[in-house]
Design a protein around this ligand. Structure first.
Ligand code: E4P
Length: 219
């Protein structure tokens, strides 16, 4: 399973990368705005800074919602670095743009997926990744994890190469359940990745080992 970090914050990306288990980064316009990044040149420079930290898979989202605009913007984003994956919303022109980028060898991440039919269309268009939003479905009393299960099943049925990138992951159990289901990737905040390390019995067990060692050494 690949771990992506869902942030545009460079310090958090560095911290996750330094842990040695990070496979990529997802951003969206809200996350970029949270870091105070705006204006074409600053946005591109920020994506470049992210690419310089990680090994691959930096999702950069287009703002345009028309086909020509998405193609123009996506090509500009793809030029920043080979690590860029162009993030395209699940709308009609977005599907057409994914198809075009696929034919040109540009990787895409189809975002804002809330239903299995949307994921099926994105795979048929040749998306590299689809991003179903688990937490946002849970927020409105739908089962986000069930959607992951449905998409994984559909892709297996037909052997689609599109990877299921579980997004809007809010806590460690979301991530663990996605791993059980077989999602290819989970993108989540830093606290979810670091949260996986924690167990109170690990902490108390380590404390006991160190105390016993000190006692035996006469300290
Ligand atoms: C990532 O690709 C998504 O934009 C992100 O996971 C959405 O997460 P949120 O629902 O916590 O905003």
């Amino acid at each position: 399973m690949k771990f992506f970090i869902d942030t545009a914050n460079l310090d958090e990306i560095r911290e996750a990368y330094d842990l040695g288990v990070l496979d990529g980064v997802t951003t969206n316009p809200s996350l970029m705005a949270k870091e105070g990044i705006s204006g074409d040149e600053r946005v591109k420079a920020h994506y470049k800074a992210i690419c310089d930290i990680v090994d691959d898979n930096v999702s950069a989202e287009v703002i345009a919602t028309d086909f020509e605009g998405m193609i123009r913007e996506g090509k500009e984003l793809a030029k920043i670095d080979d690590k860029i994956v162009v993030k395209i919303p699940m709308i009609k022109d977005g599907v057409k743009a994914i198809k075009k980028f696929h034919s040109e060898g540009i990787r895409t991440n189809c975002t804002l997926i809330f239903g299995p039919g949307q994921a099926l269309v994105a795979a048929k268009a040749g998306a590299t990744y689809v991003s179903p939003f688990v937490g946002r479905l849970d927020d409105i009393s739908y089962d986000g994890l069930e959607l992951i299960d449905q998409i994984v099943q559909i892709y297996q049925n037909y052997g689609y190469a599109t990877q299921v990138l579980a997004a809007s992951i809010r806590h460690t159990m979301h991530l663990i359940k996605c791993a059980e289901i077989g999602a290819d990737v989970a993108t989540c905040p830093l606290k979810v990745i670091t949260g996986l390390l924690k167990h109170p019995l690990t902490d108390s067990g380590l404390a006991t080992f160190l105390a016993d060692h000190a006692k035996a050494a006469g300290k």
